[in-house]
Design a protein around this ligand. Sequence first.
Ligand SMILES: [Zn+2]
Length: 272
Amino acid sequence: MTRLVVPCALAVTLTMTAGCRTAQRAAAGVVLPVSQENELGREMERELARELRLLDDPQVVGYVQELGRQIVQAADGDVPDGIEFKFHVVDDDATINAFAIPGGGIYVFTGLLRAMEDEAQLTAVLGHEVAHVTRRHIAQQLTAQFGFQALTAMLGSAGGLTGLVGQLGGAVASQGFLLKYSRDNEREADYVGLGYQARAGWDPRGMMEFFTILQHMDEGRGRPPAFLLTHPAPDERVINAHRRIAELQPTPTRRNRERYQQMLGHLGAPTK
Ligand SMILES: [Zn+2]
């Protein structure tokens, strides 16, 4: 199996070099040009519309879309040409998760919305997911998972594309997520995403609070929240986020707790 490997020194903290990141991002563009990523994304979207129950409440969906739009605006110079972000809300109170698909589709579960308390926490997760897309992590992970040759073969044939979409969609149905990213990808999504969130004016400390909320939930329930399965929050990740937030001076303070709580009130009582 041939893999497109871009050698990078194993980063201990946030020391992954800009050159290394650029090389990985460029390699992702070779494996999966944006036009193909968009095609894959459209197929995935159709598949997920069958597998997930999407919320159609315009107030809640519009709210999440508006916050997402502002994060994307803050990411402006980073968004690859041709990528258009779309934010969806999955009507599933039991799943605490969010994920990105190829082409810029971002899915946020109602279980995640309910686990949070304000916009600072939600936009931290939105920033993280938007960063997975802008840094082309999806193409990198698809290559790592399937291998360069198999992936290009799948993307090059209609049957292969359908098979790939079926496999990825099946993973969402059974596990609640699409891809497991590498630690480097997660570290970069935290770093870059917190920058987007702060540039958009929200308090990036919401990320730390969200980690804490998840950890309490993990202790209180028999099974960890889906977001923790794909996004473990080891000490290193927490320390890195603290460091990153310290860089973002002056720290923005917008939280909009009241507006967030109104949205939750509109969502109504959870269904079990
Ligand atoms: Zn992630």
